[in-house]
Design a protein around this ligand. Sequence first.
Ligand code: MG
Ligand code: MG
Length: 273
Amino acid sequence: MLLKKKDYLIKTNEEIELIRISSLLVGKTLAFVAAQLKPGISTIVLDAHAEQFIYDQGGRPVFKGYNGFPASLCISVNDEVVHGIPGKRELKDGDIVSVDCGVEKDGYIGDSAYTFAIGDVSPEAIGLMRITQECLQKAIDAAVAGNRIGDISEAVQHHAERNGFGVVRELVGHGVGRHLHEKPEIPNFGKRGTGPVLKEGMVLAIEPMINMGVRNVHTLADGWTVVTADHKPAAHYEHNVVIRKKQSEVLSSFMEILEAERKNSNLNTKHHL
Ligand code: MG
Ligand code: MG
């Protein structure tokens, strides 16, 4: 039977369960990384450990080799918004560190991200992290069947901007499933009541990227790392959610990450909601 084009966006319950397994494995991987965060550790060591962990759990790191990306994690520190390439850089006290991870298992992908605070982080950066998490929650609340993509977009933009933060325009959330980036695109800025209608069974990676200062960003000469134009910090949180009738269902989880943060005395947990 030929599928109509619009049907490609809707996942079966079986597919949703497979995405859930991969999404939860991403959460476990981010918690595994969280346990190792400390001043002096290099981001390439974190990446190597995470990659091994993913393979040990029967998964495959999908970022590695994606359009030529050289690592399993994106690790973006301070003014780096997303797509930071792990390297020799050592984390230090006062850094905020966004870790983004994608895993495929049994043909389906999970994609989730979390921003951590190392030690004595400024109150302004803690505020940025908290508001970005609130943006994600408001986006999830807006992501119900019958609403439109623009409802998600406006929820993020409104909350970020009323708190004086900049909303990145150049990068967006996306559908997720067999492929890392599927339709529809989910901008973190826009107008409610616009864009595609959300339907039950769509699975979305919702990922506000919020800057403490201006919204403008640029890409470094490495071709990947996106940094803020004013070099103020940025935060990034990402969940995978399935659209349902009254309330969307979050497939990924931060539970184990939160636990790992609390157990790691090098990490600051003041940003917890
Ligand atoms: Mg991601
Ligand atoms: Mg994503």
